[in-house]
Ligand binder design. Structure first.
Ligand code: GLC
Length: 553
């Protein structure tokens, strides 16, 4: 029964159809291309794919401005191609999550066009209007420096409309029962076409009270239960993975006391403090974020990640902490974005140093929850800072050293392929790394395999074991009589630590599951571990008899 909760021990791979693989040679990635690359994705060992928006859209926010929720953008293919893709995933045992962008539509959506044209339109009340410009219209913009206001006057409507994000993304009036019903219908539609759930965009804004009259908008949490219930009735194993950059104390409201709201959320506090730990060599803040996000219902789960398609948002760190991360990973103004984050990909942040990349991914994969990686991470792809805003980290997948990195036969790819510097496609690509046993790609495949074999992380409880060294993180996970001990050395130099795993008689032996080195405790029950610079060690506690103790999940 419990194995039905597939998302508790999953590895999620996020990609954009647009920049993954172009089959028809028009320069734009498509579902046919993606389907042809499914064996590559399956080979990595991931268990689920998260697709970024692929519905028809004017494309002003990379598809996060949808103009038709029930179709595939013709640039990417047809609904038929989509179903071919979900079928291909099913055959390979891979689940599909898709983005659900319902906080707002595109201003080109027929609902908005109707709403603005006529005060009596049935869609008028699907959006948020105000006759005058609200006094706080310039507060709460999500993209400072690019977006000026959250209220814009529409000439045709003769009124101001509310938009939390860019002005071409009018907010839906999600409190309107008709809008809620439509959201359910959209979910129901894609569920029928083979998806296992949704990455819900901008959840705190979806559920916020909206309108000029709300000075301190409250969250309408019961809405999350409505979505969840509907999904479960239609298809029991489908989930919602929420994008909610919130304070830890609110987590339980999103998951629901009884786990009856959304099943998953990205763990933004851990994400930010993990980068701080990498930048400062001090794990204290990370341990605090872990502790603050510990509490959750049994069936709930966090998505852990390093970089995504947006900027690395450091908005919840203190000014000094943020400055430390900026200095280490994004010192130039051009690398920073929206006064709060870094827009680079991970590999350039870490100077393309494979050892540090391995440390970062190993650390993220060992955080309590389900790891989420992004296309190109597995080969250490770079960025193109000449592209505006977040586009710098959204360049096409680098498959080979052929022209355009093998992404397209066209000379005119939808975004330029990286063709200069150390991250250029001619030497950084899948084909090359497939051949090399020590490549990041082959390492990542092994990491994913190992992570799947350690369900303790997704399911179990953990404790942090103090070694007196702030740059070393030792975590022990326990689940169903099994324990694993995971050690990371964030120092750029070797370090010696002494650890008592604290598992009684089983503590004597630690079996290394990355390399073949084991460790025996001394007569005081301590393990003396010599860690190289940036070392990561994963151990089973108590040796190989875990195979006998292990219960089926
Ligand atoms: C989310 C997406 C981001 C998008 C925004 C507006 O934050 O991750 O890419 O711009 O929502 O839809």
């Amino acid at each position: 029964m419990i194995s039905d909760l597939w998302y508790k021990n999953a590895v999620i791979y996020c990609l954009s159809v647009e920049t993954f693989m172009d089959a028809n040679g028009d320069g734009v990635g498509d579902f046919e291309g993606l389907s042809r690359r499914l064996d590559y994705i399956a080979g990595l060992g991931v268990t689920a794919i998260w697709l970024m928006p692929f519905q028809p859209s004017p494309g002003k926010d990379d598809g996060y401005d949808v103009s038709d929720y029930y179709n595939v953008d013709p640039r990417f293919g047809t609904l038929g191609d989509f179903v071919d893709f979900t079928h291909g995933c099913k055959q390979r045992g891979i689940r599909v999550l898709i983005d659900l962008v319902v906080n707002h539509t595109s201003d080109q959506h027929p609902w908005f066009q109707s709403a603005r044209s006529d005060p009596k339109s049935p869609y008028r009340d699907w959006y948020i209007w105000s006759k005058t410009k609200p006094a706080d219209a310039d507060k709460g913009v999500v993209f400072p420096g690019v977006q000026e206001s959250t209220w814009t006057r529409d000439e045709k409507a003769g009124e101001y409309y509310f938009h939390r994000f860019y002005k071409f993304q009018p907010d839906l009036n999600t409190a309107n029962p008709m809008v809620q019903e439509e959201i359910l219908k959209i979910m129901g539609f894609w569920i029928q076409l083979g998806v296992s759930g949704f990455r819900m965009d901008a959840v705190p804004f979806v559920i916020a009270e909206k309108g000029a009259e709300f000075k301190k908008p409250k969250s309408q949490f019961p809405m999350l239960r409505t979505f969840r219930e509907f999904l479960q009735w239609r298809q029991g194993d489908s989930i919602i993975l929420g994008e909610a950059n919130i304070l830890p104390e609110d987590n339980i409201q999103y998951f629901g006391d009884d786990g009856d709201r959304i099943q998953m959320m990205f763990n933004f506090p851990v994400n930010q403090s993990l980068f701080y730990a990498l930048a400062s060599g001090d794990t204290g803040l990370l341990v605090k974020a872990l502790d603050e996000t510990r509490e959750k219902p049994q069936t709930a789960q966090f998505g852990q990640f390093l970089r995504n398609h947006d900027e690395l948002d450091l908005g919840r760190l203190s000014k000094e902490q943020r400055q430390t991360v900026f200095e280490a990973f994004g010192p130039d103004k051009n690398m920073q974005l929206y006064d709060r984050g870094i827009r680079r990909r991970l590999a350039p942040m870490l100077g393309g140093d494979q050892r540090r990349l391995e440390l970062a991914y190993s650390l993220m994969f060992s955080m309590p929850g389900t790891p989420v990686i992004r296309y190109g991470d597995e080969i250490g792809m770079g960025d193109d800072l000449e592209l505006p805003e977040r586009n710098c980290a959204r360049t096409p997948m680098q498959w080979s050293d052929e022209p355009q990195g093998g992404f397209t036969r066209s000379d005119n790819p939808v975004l330029p392929v990286i063709s200069k510097g150390p991250f250029s496609y001619d030497h950084l690509n899948v084909a090359e790394q497939r051949r090399l046993p020590t490549s990041l790609l082959n390492w990542m495949e092994r990491l994913i395999r190992m992570r799947k074999e350690v369900p303790e992380i997704g399911w179990g409880d953990y404790r942090v074991i103090d070694t007196g060294k702030p740059g070393v993180l030792v975590m022990r996970y326990d689940w169903r009589n099994n324990s694993v001990l995971i050690v990371h050395n964030l120092y750029p130099e070797p370090v010696e630590i002494f650890v008592d795993p604290g598992c009684g008689e089983h503590s004597n032996l630690l079996i290394d599951i990355v390399d073949s080195e084991s460790s025996k405790a001394d007569d005081k029950g301590q393990h003396r571990l010599l860690l190289e610079a940036h070392a990561y060690r994963w151990f089973r506690v108590g040796g190989l008899d875990y195979l006998l103790r292990r219960t089926e999940i």
